[in-house]
Design a protein around this ligand. Structure first.
Ligand SMILES: O=C(O)CCC(=O)C(=O)O
Ligand SMILES: [Fe+2]
Length: 261
């Protein structure tokens, strides 16, 4: 029953989205996105601009990241979050970027819209008990996330990790169906509880098996401040642990209208 509904939903999504390279000025990034699920654009936003943006995040009143609400309650809060960041003048140059919009609309469809925009700073080092620190996929729907690093992100500064090429393939369907059947959201649109927050997560041995079987190569998305990372959140990806410093990013999420999780 659920399987039939799931199949219908997958088909209707496939019909609603329609990738087309000619819509974007960022053709190479488009090719990377289609092929691997991620495109990295080094030095995309100039250093003087990101420096101002980073300074602007310092003066802001942050709240705890909503997705962290299901972490072990005994853990310290690991990061801070500011919603609706696209409404702030200081961040416009990123959130209003026309070329990035063209890239996402080329990848999803001309109707794709920005669904969320926020600033996020990870500032506590050490292990974190959160779903995102395991390899996971966020969705069974095409959904693009864009990160702008506001600080230099080296190996020890919580770089995003991606398994290249993991955004497609029939191996995904069993877990996607489970997500389709069981995922529940709270009234803000985030995972309703720890049981569902972890649905998209894979055990280390499962990740190793997928890597071996499909030759997925892991990519660690390090980059200087100003680097933009565009990825399909259907990829298997992981939040690597913050081992030193802080990691500040601006983030936007893009979806086909109506294709919320
Ligand atoms: O913050 C990160 O590096 C990754 C978080 C994540 O899993 C996501 O944004 O979907
Ligand atoms: Fe994620």
């Amino acid at each position: 029953m659920k399987a039939a509904q799931f199949l219908r939903t997958k088909i209707s999504h496939a019909l609603a989205t329609n990738p087309n390279r000619s819509r974007t000025t960022l053709g190479d990034a488009y090719d990377d996105l289609i092929r691997t699920g991620v495109a990295v654009l080094p030095s995309y936003i100039p250093g003087d601009v990101t420096a101002k943006m980073l300074a602007a995040t310092h003066g802001l009143d942050y709240e705890p990241t909503p997705e962290m609400q299901h972490n072990n309650p005994n853990d310290p809060l690991t990061d801070r979050f500011l919603g609706d960041a696209h409404e702030r003048e200081e961040f416009r140059e990123f959130f209003d970027d026309a070329a990035l919009r063209s890239l996402i609309q080329a990848y999803i469809s001309p109707n794709a819209v920005m669904h969320r925009a926020f600033a996020r700073t990870k500032e506590n080092t050490g292990p974190v008990a959160s779903f995102e620190n395991f390899y996971h996929f966020d969705a069974y729907k095409k959904r693009v996330k864009v990160f702008l690093y506001l600080s230099d992100v080296e190996e020890e500064n919580a770089p995003l990790g991606i398994l290249l090429g993991s955004h497609k393939g029939p191996w995904r369907y069993r877990r996607e169906l489970e997500m389709f059947a069981n995922y529940r959201k709270d009234d803000r649109g985030y995972a309703a509880g720890p049981d569902v927050a972890y649905i998209g997560c894979f055990w280390p041995h499962e990740v190793a098996r997928l890597q071996a079987k499909y030759e997925f190569v892991p990519k660690t998305c390090t980059g200087k401040a100003g680097t933009v990372i565009v990825f399909d959140s259907q990829t298997l990806h992981v939040a690597n642990q913050l081992m030193s410093g802080k990691r500040s990013v601006l983030v936007s999420h893009w979806i086909q209208p109506g294709h919320h999780m």
